[in-house]
Design a binder for this molecule. Structure first.
Ligand code: MLT
Length: 273
């Protein structure tokens, strides 16, 4: 499906009926990374909305600059388009950075937050320099430079060695991404603010979930959510990396569904299709 919102065409999946759950993909990925979650959530009575962010997947990839504010505003415009007042929002890695921005600027639209394989801190100076260098390289050499850089970081060494189909699929998403989207995403992440001091103000039900062997967001970084947020559960999926939801969908879905089930009966709007 697609919608024309906030001046661009956004592609998205919309499945099921029940309380809305909006899942936001990471960098340099696309909405397909959430496919192992769709059936499980729909079967449990949720409506799942999964967009491709601007610049990624099948959505338009206009010239930048991109920002976390712009990504967040696109998502709010999509919720408006779908007439969804509030949703549980899950954000994976860069999707988590966008979720933090949503909580800062569009708090009333989020009933609960699920931080997946993500972090609350901003880039340090060395990280910012790497983002800039990669953004320049992707402009010169194309998406392959990003795919080659990120692939070894996204999956565990075991998945890289033993799951060729998964490796091929994830690599294919990355090399298929528009260079404007990749550069835009890198520079948006480079400019994102640090949210650690704001975490105590986000007083809504939260889940911090991640891979025990994540090379990009090690458990100690993920734990900042559990210690900083007033109401945060924590789940660590064994033997998984940055793509924990793809590497072990069963345990990931179980943790997510347990969190969602715990919200029932609280301030939870039922948006039904
Ligand atoms: C992501 O998965 O979205 C990125 O790895 C996040 C990042 O590079 O900070």
């Amino acid at each position: 499906m697609e919608a024309f919102v906030n001046g661009i065409r956004l592609a998205y999946d919309d499945a099921g009926c029940g309380p809305a759950v909006l899942l936001v993909h990471g960098f340099p990925l696309c909405r397909r990374m959430w496919h192992p979650q769709i059936n499980a959530l729909v079967a449990s009575g949720y409506r799942v909305i999964i967009p491709d962010l601007r610049g990624f997947g099948d959505s338009d990839a206009p010239a930048g600059p991109y920002s976390m504010e712009l990504f967040a505003d696109d998502l709010v415009a999509l919720l408006d388009h779908l007439e969804i007042a509030t949703a549980v929002v899950g954000g994976m890695s860069m999707g988590g950075y966008i979720l933090l921005n949503l909580l800062e600027r569009h708090r009333s639209r989020v009933t609960a937050a699920c931080f997946c394989q993500t972090r609350a801190n901003a880039d340090d100076e060395a990280g910012k320099a790497r983002r800039l260098q990669l953004a320049q390289e992707v402009g010169e050499k194309g998406p392959q430079v990003i795919a080659d850089t990120f692939l070894p970081l996204l999956l565990t060494d075991e998945s890289l060695a033993q799951r060729p189909k998964l490796v091929e699929e994830v690599y294919g998403w990355m090399v298929g991404t528009a260079t404007t989207g990749l550069a835009g995403g890198l520079l948006a992440m480079r400019e994102r603010r640090d949210y650690i001091s704001l975490l105590p103000t986000f007083n809504l039900p939260c889940l911090a979930i991640g891979g025990a062997s994540d090379k990009i967001v090690p458990p100690a970084i993920l734990d900042v959510f559990a210690t900083g947020l007033p109401n945060c559960h924590r789940a660590l999926i064994p033997d998984t990396g940055h793509l924990a939801n793809l590497e072990a969908p069963g345990p990931f879905n179980a943790a997510l569904l347990e969190f969602l089930a715990g919200l029932t009966g609280k301030s939870y709007t039922h948006d039904c299709c």
